[in-house]
Ligand binder design. Structure first.
Ligand SMILES: Nc1ncnc2c1ncn2[C@@H]1O[C@H](COP(=O)(O)OP(=O)(O)O)[C@@H](O)[C@H]1O
Ligand SMILES: [Mg+2]
Length: 295
């Protein structure tokens, strides 16, 4: 798209009060080893508006995590890993930052929560200590760090936050630990929260609670969320837009409602068929027919 067209679109979006926060264009990521080259992400483009949720859906290994981690370069350094394309946050080029600027974007602008909260938390420190560390690293404005720790635990729905702050991770359930990870992410007041399969390690009732919490925080804090999942069931209730990834490419993208109602790509159709329905009986799980998807 030429720059005039891009500018016109930005102008039109502004006049409707829509502001694009993140703009990713032709992102490519490849890993290089003695065994050869793995093109993990093969030219993906997407946008994220302020206060909105984009779900990136696709099976394991399709390049979802690598796409999001490349934004703050949470990947091996070159020449082991090469990143190209453009990623702009509020117009600022994320791939052309000094190390200091990059550290500021990590956490402060874009924060991550991952699948397995147990491996992200340090078992030797209390959860309160770990939240306090994030506050001290990223926020100059907070005078009473302890009070802010309690406030954050309260915001993520942990009861009796004064006492729970003194817990070590092993004293908490999986769902509570994920809430603590969200509190650590929020401590930095990020503009974008990347939730990378945040509920995969949790059981279904806890999954619903965590998704509700994210929804609530998005509304209260006007945060944008990128939700990575392989479960279209979550997309239905949570996302504004969806990008479906398959083997390093986005094969279909658009508003969640449209894609769920009328999926075009056979891979998206297969993923939607896999959403479990209440009361429905199936002889066996649906299988994606890869022969249909070969180029
Ligand atoms: N640090 C890494 N080093 C080498 N290859 C990696 C690394 N991280 C991911 N990959 C490869 O990149 C591809 C995409 O991985 P990933 O983005 O983690 O998939 P997804 O999140 O969709 O399950 C996979 O082939 C994976 O093996
Ligand atoms: Mg992943």
């Amino acid at each position: 798209m030429d720059s005039f067209c891009t500018w016109r679109i930005v102008e039109i979006r502004h006049s409707f009060g829509i502001s694009m926060l993140l703009d990713v264009e032709d992102l490519k990521v490849s890993f290089h080893s003695r065994d050869g080259v793995n093109e993990a992400v093969k030219g993906v483009s997407f946008q994220l508006d302020a206060g909105k949720t984009l779900a990136i859906v696709g099976e394991s290994g399709s390049g979802k995590s690598v796409t999001c981690m490349s934004l703050t370069r949470l990947l091996p350094p070159p020449p082991l890993c090469q990143v190209s394309g453009k990623a702009r946050l509020d117009g600022k080029d994320l791939f052309n930052l000094s190390p200091k600027e990059r550290r500021q974007v990590r956490g402060k602008q874009i924060a991550y929560i991952f699948q397995e909260p147990s491996t992200s938390l340090n078992p030797y420190y209390t959860v309160g200590n770990q939240i306090a560390e994030a506050i001290q690293y990223h926020r100059d404005d907070v005078e009473d760090v302890e009070k802010e720790v309690v406030n954050l635990l309260d915001q993520v729905g942990i009861r009796d936050p004064e006492n729970r702050a003194k817990d070590y991770p092993h004293q908490m359930s999986g769902g509570m630990k994920q809430r603590v990870m969200i509190a650590i992410a929020l401590a930095c007041q990020p503009r974008i929260l990347v939730a990378d399969e945040p509920t995969t390690a949790l059981d279904v009732t806890i999954e619903a609670q965590i998704i509700n919490l994210l929804r609530d925080l998005r509304e209260r804090l006007n945060m944008s969320i990128i939700l990575i999942t392989h479960n279209f069931g979550i997309v239905d209730e949570f996302a504004d837009d969806v990008a479906v990834m398959f083997r390093g490419k986005i094969v279909e993208a658009g508003p969640a409602e449209t894609i769920l109602a009328n999926p075009q790509h056979p891979y998206t159709q297969a993923l939607i068929k896999c959403i479990p329905k209440m009361g429905a009986k199936r002889e066996r799980l649906p299988v994606v027919d890869y022969a249909l998807l070969e180029e």
